[in-house]
Design a protein around this ligand. Structure first.
Ligand SMILES: Nc1ncnc2c1ncn2[C@@H]1O[C@H](COP(=O)(O)OP(=O)(O)OP(=O)(O)O)[C@@H](O)[C@H]1O
Ligand SMILES: [Mg+2]
Length: 233
């Protein structure tokens, strides 16, 4: 078997707020293979977003190790971390996080600017990504001129623009109605079939079940085959 694209060993994260300590992640160990479609399910406050921040190299654990595509994240300098994040991971958020004054295509171009791509090439790649989500005819629209589902599709195109192997989505359907949610999940399934590794974070069992592997997080602990909370749903 090849090495996992993500290998997390015993990571721990604590928050301290007003003298009180909250253990947000307890010794989490998880391996994700290239091409997996994994969902992480858990109730509000269980540590999902904290864990996503670790996987996405947006935050560092207090202890434990994280190998992203064979590289130990802890040992990377900030600039190397920014590069590996940009190259390996596309992010999708609940509230889309599009810049309101930029058009759809300009939003999709953002990660490509960070990669140093210019002009026509960049625009072509952005339009290719928009075409993958069926929005090539909406490139000139501002986010406010798009429906919620369309905004999330633009955000998916932005995540896809540099063709990163991993897509990391935190409640991508949380702000959408059920019909639009299904459309977004369908797009994610297609991207999985095309070879992307997908990590989908949700509190919704119906959404989680779309993945080929479901792990549960509860009180900062990870359960591979479903813990108490999942069993009671
Ligand atoms: N910056 C912070 N400072 C202190 N405590 C925090 C901080 N961020 C999160 N926490 C605490 O850590 C725990 C995990 O929070 P997290 O945001 O990861 O939960 P979540 O599973 O994403 O919840 P939700 O489904 O509501 O988004 C919670 O108890 C939360 O109150
Ligand atoms: Mg969250």
């Amino acid at each position: 078997m090849t090495a996992p694209i993500i290998q997390i060993e015993k990571i721990k994260k604590m928050y301290e707020l007003g003298g009180e300590k909250v253990v947000a992640l307890h010794d989490i160990t998880l391996s994700i293979q290239k091409g997996d479609f994994l969902s992480i399910i858990g109730p509000s406050g269980s540590g999902k977003s904290t864990f996503m921040n670790m996987i996405g190299c947006l935050d560092k654990p207090d202890s434990g190790t994280y190998y992203l595509d064979g590289k130990e994240v802890e040992k990377l300098k900030d600039s190397q971390l920014a590069d590996i994040r940009n190259e390996k991971i596309g992010f999708i958020f609940q509230n889309f996080n599009l810049l309101p004054k930029l058009t759809a295509v300009e939003n999709v171009e953002l990660p490509l600017i960070y990669r140093g791509l210019r002009g026509t090439e960049r625009r072509e790649m952005a339009y290719e990504a928009l075409a993958k989500v069926g929005l090539e005819d909406r490139g000139h629209h501002l986010p406010s001129q798009l429906s919620g589902g369309q905004q999330q599709r633009v955000a998916i195109a932005r995540a896809l623009a540099g063709n990163p192997p991993i897509l990391l989505a935190d409640e991508p359907t949380g702000a959408l109605d059920s019909k639009t949610s299904k459309e977004i999940l369908q797009i994610m399934k297609v991207l999985h079939e095309q070879g992307h590794t997908i990590i989908l974070i949700t509190h919704d069992l119906e959404v989680a079940k779309q993945a080929s592997r479901v792990v549960q997080i509860q009180d900062g602990k990870l359960y591979e085959n479903g813990g108490e909370w999942l069993a009671n749903r």
